[in-house]
Design a protein around this ligand. Structure first.
Ligand code: ACM
Ligand code: ZN
Length: 549
C-alpha cells in the first residue's frame, strides 16, 4: 500500500517535472553577426527541445565533433542537453537537427541552414563550412535557462568574403596561459574567424620550446623586470617570463584545428631577436653580451646574417616550428630591423660582397641584405612546402612575389604589394591594431598603446582600395586585427581590447561591402554581447552607445 507521504512525494515530483517541461521558452533570431542572408522566413517554427537530436553522417569524425560542439554550445547557452547520433537514414532526420555535407554548396567555408517545422539542416561543402553554420545557429539562440526554443522556418546562408580572416596575439610582451590562448580561440570561433597569427618570439622573450636550442627558453624566455608604462624610467624589477612546451603547442594547435582555425606562428627575424641573442650571443654582430629586453620599442641588435651559423640556427628552429605547426604559412616577421650593426659588421659586409649585393636607388646594400636573408629563408620553407608571410618592410627588400605581405604601417603598402603581385593581408595599424584606444576620450580606459580605433572605424575599414586595378584586387586575401601586449597584462584586458571590435572585424571579413550597415550592425550586436556576458567575457560596454563615434 502506498503511504500518503509517498503519494505527496509523487505529486510534487510530477509538478516539478511539468514545471520543468513547461519551463522558459524563447525564439531564435538569425540576424546575427556577421549577418547571413535570410530568405523565406515563416511563422512556422521548428521546436528545439531537450528531445531534439543532432544527426551527423555516420563514420565522419569531423562531423561527429561538429555535432558534439553544437550540443555543447546549446547546453552552454540554454541549459538544454541535446544528444548526438550518426544518421542512419533520411527518415531519422525528421524532427531533429542534421549536419550534412553537400558538394553543391559554393565555397569551402560557406554554409546553408534550412529550417522547416519538421527539422533543421546545417549544410556545408566541407565540415569547416558546417562549423560556420553551427556558429550562426549558436548565435541566433536566446540565452538563459530554456526548455523550448522556436527556430523560425527559413533558409539562411552565408559565404565569407575573404579566405583569410585573422586575429593576431602577442604572447611575448606579456605571456598568457594555454587556457587563455584557448579562450582567445573560442572567441575567434564565435566570430567566424579562421587564422590565428601567434607572435611567439621577440626582444622581450622567446616563448616556444626548441629542443635543439634549449637556452632559447632556459635563458631567452626570461627578463629581469618590466618597464612601467610607455618606457618610463621605472622598472618593476619583477622577473617575468614563460614559454610554451612543444606538447602545449601541439595541444593548442589541435584545439584550434578542431575549430577550423589554423595557427600561423611568427618567428620574427632578423630583428626583434634579443630573446634569442641573449641565449646565443654568437648569433649577433657584436657577440653581446645581450639582455632580454625589459622595455618596449626597436633595438639595434639583430641577427648577424654574415655568419653561416645564423642561417643554420634559423633553419634548425624552423624545422621544429614546421613540425609543430602544419600551417601552409609561416610568418617570418621582417619588421623594424635597423641595419646599423650590419653597416659596422665585417661579416655582414663580407656577405654583401660575396653575394654581389649593391645599393639600388633608395635601397641600401643592407636593405637588400635583408632581402637576401629573407629569400634564403623563403626558399628553405618553400622546399618544405611552406610559404612566408612578412611585414610590409619586405616590400623594400626586393623579395619575390611568393611572399605574402602583411600591411601594417598603413593600407598603402598593401595596395602597392597587391599591384606588384603579392598576396596581401590587410592589418593597417589604424584601425586594425586592437592595442590602440577605442575612444578619443581615453580617461578611464585601461592604458593602451595610443592611437584610436573606434568600433565604427573598424566597421568602416575597407581592405580593398577603391582604385586598386581589377587584376590586383584578388591579391587582398583578407584582413586581421593585431593584439600587441606591451600594455596588456591579463586576459580580461585582452578581452576588453578585442570586444566588441572583433564583431565589427568579423562583419567586414564576411560581408560584401555593399551589405554593411553600421546602424543595423549595432542593433544586432546587443544579442552577441549577451553571449559575451553569458560566457563571462570582459568587453567595452561603452562601445555599444554612440558616444565615441
Ligand atoms: C609591427 O607592428 N611592428 C608589425
Ligand atoms: Zn653581422
Amino acid at each position: 500500500m502506498k503511504s500518503r507521504k509517498s503519494c505527496l512525494f509523487s505529486l510534487l515530483l510530477a509538478l516539478l517535472v511539468t514545471a520543468t517541461a513547461m519551463g522558459q521558452t524563447g525564439r531564435a533570431d538569425y540576424r546575427v553577426v556577421p549577418l547571413p542572408e535570410i530568405n523565406g522566413i515563416k511563422s512556422a517554427d521548428f521546436q528545439l527541445t531537450g528531445q531534439t537530436l543532432i544527426n551527423y553522417p555516420t563514420g565522419n569524425r569531423d562531423m561527429e565533433r561538429n555535432a558534439i560542439m553544437l550540443s555543447e554550445y546549446v547546453e552552454q547557452l540554454t541549459g538544454m542537453h541535446l544528444s548526438v547520433r550518426p544518421t542512419l537514414n533520411a527518415k531519422d532526420r525528421n524532427g531533429h537537427i542534421s549536419l550534412l555535407l553537400d558538394p553543391t554548396v559554393g565555397g569551402d567555408e560557406a554554409y546553408r541552414l534550412n529550417v522547416t517545422a519538421r527539422g533543421v539542416e546545417i549544410i556545408g561543402k566541407t565540415a569547416a563550412g558546417v562549423f560556420q553554420g553551427i556558429q550562426t545557429l549558436r548565435k541566433s539562440l536566446p540565452v538563459g535557462a530554456l526548455s523550448r526554443i522556436g527556430l523560425p522556418a527559413a533558409q539562411v546562408a552565408a559565404s565569407p568574403r575573404f579566405p583569410y580572416r585573422g586575429m593576431h596575439l602577442d604572447c611575448v610582451r606579456h605571456f598568457f596561459t594555454v587556457e587563455t590562448v584557448k579562450r582567445f580561440i573560442d572567441i575567434m570561433a564565435l566570430h567566424g574567424m579562421n587564422r590565428l597569427h601567434w607572435h611567439l618570439t621577440d626582444d622581450q622573450g622567446w616563448r616556444v620550446e626548441i629542443k635543439k636550442y634549449p637556452r632559447l627558453t632556459e635563458v631567452g624566455a626570461w627578463r629581469k623586470g618590466t618597464v612601467l608604462g610607455h618606457n618610463s624610467p621605472v622598472n618593476d624589477g619583477v622577473p617575468y617570463g614563460g614559454y610554451y612546451t612543444q606538447e602545449e603547442i601541439k595541444d593548442i594547435v589541435r584545439y584550434a584545428a578542431e575549430r577550423y582555425i589554423t595557427i600561423i606562428p611568427e618567428i620574427d627575424m632578423p630583428g626583434h631577436m634579443l630573446g634569442a641573442l641573449t641565449a646565443y650571443p654568437e648569433l649577433g654582430c657584436t657577440g653581446g653580451p645581450y639582455e632580454v629586453w625589459c622595455q618596449w620599442g626597436v633595438t639595434d641588435d639583430i641577427l648577424c646574417v654574415g655568419k653561416d651559423e645564423t642561417l643554420q640556427f634559423v633553419k634548425d628552429v624552423l624545422d621544429e616550428v614546421m613540425q609543430l605547426f602544419p600551417s601552409e604559412y609561416i610568418h617570418i616577421g621582417g619588421d623594424e630591423s635597423p641595419r646599423v650593426r650590419w653597416e659596422q659588421c665585417p661579416l655582414c659586409q663580407q656577405r654583401i660582397k660575396d653575394e654581389g649585393i649593391r645599393a639600388k636607388g633608395k635601397q641600401s646594400a643592407e636593405a637588400l641584405l635583408q632581402g637576401w636573408f629573407t629569400t634564403q629563408v623563403q626558399h628553405y620553407l618553400a622546399d618544405h612546402g611552406r610559404h612566408i608571410i612578412g611585414w610590409d618592410e619586405l616590400l623594400g627588400c626586393d623579395v619575390d612575389t611568393t611572399a605574402t605581405i602583411m600591411s601594417w604601417t598603413g593600407a598603402e603598402p598593401g595596395a602597392k604589394g597587391a599591384r606588384l603581385g603579392h598576396d596581401v593581408i590587410m592589418t593597417p595599424n589604424t584601425p586594425m591594431y586592437f592595442d590602440h584606444y577605442q575612444t578619443r576620450s581615453t580617461w578611464n580606459e585601461p592604458m593602451a598603446f595610443g592611437g584610436c580605433a573606434t568600433l565604427k572605424m573598424v566597421y568602416d575599414f575597407e581592405p580593398v582600395a577603391a582604385d586598386l586595378p581589377a587584376d590586383a584586387r584578388h591579391h587582398i586575401i583578407g584582413a586581421q586585427a593585431n593584439v600587441w601586449t606591451e600594455y596588456i597584462t591579463c586576459e580580461p584586458q585582452i578581452q576588453y581590447q578585442i570586444l566588441p571590435r572583433m564583431a565589427a572585424l568579423a562583419e567586414l571579413q564576411w560581408l560584401q561591402p555593399e551589405l554593411k550597415d553600421f546602424t543595423d550592425f549595432k542593433a544586432r550586436l546587443s544579442h552577441l554581447v549577451s553571449i559575451y556576458q553569458h560566457y563571462g567575457w570582459t568587453y567595452r560596454a561603452k562601445s555599444l552607445t554612440a558616444e565615441d563615434e
